[in-house]
Design a protein around this ligand. Sequence first.
Ligand SMILES: [Zn+2]
Length: 217
Amino acid sequence: MTQASASPANVPQLDYLTSCALPTPWAQFTLHAFVEHATGKEHLAMVLGDVSNGEPVLARVHSECLTGDVLFSQRCDCGAQLEGALKKIAAEGRGVLLYLRQEGRGIGLVNKMRAYRLQEAGADTVEANLQLGFHADARNYELVQPMLRQFGISELKLMTNNPRKIDALTRLGFNVSERVPLLVNRNSFNNNYLNTKEAKLGHMMRPAETVAEDGEL
Ligand SMILES: [Zn+2]
């Protein structure tokens, strides 16, 4: 198991709470709940199969997007990524999806709506966040460490288009042995948004790119 590089003092403290069966259209997952001490936020993990046997685990670290995940918004690709990731895990019969409650790349639902209004006035998704006084991407992945450790997971086949997420998990001590692209639901409403994520946030929006064995890009 890879040694974590972050010191314990820097790791947000979570409590593991409970679990239950969660049948979905694609597989019956086990849903696990955690609570973050500092914020009281309840974070979730959906687990399928035996993920603690040391083999690399197909994984998605998904940040909450209420508008995309629940309200069918076509402004982003979050809902389609969530569904696509669960389908891939179901097809493999083994994997984990972490559902982190950091809405709107970490700025919250209402501020995300304010950013959408700025985008309607011509800003792109990065400019809008900066105009509101936020970072372009305020997400924090340190919670992933205690959550995946709970299940004995240290090596990931990570479903993401975001190189910053791969970097963050590698710094937390996880071995990202493979990147699995999630290229879904590009449409007329989110085309500019996805292009901005590629141009300004470095997202990998083409299918052929992969990461090397050591997780370096
Ligand atoms: Zn979204």
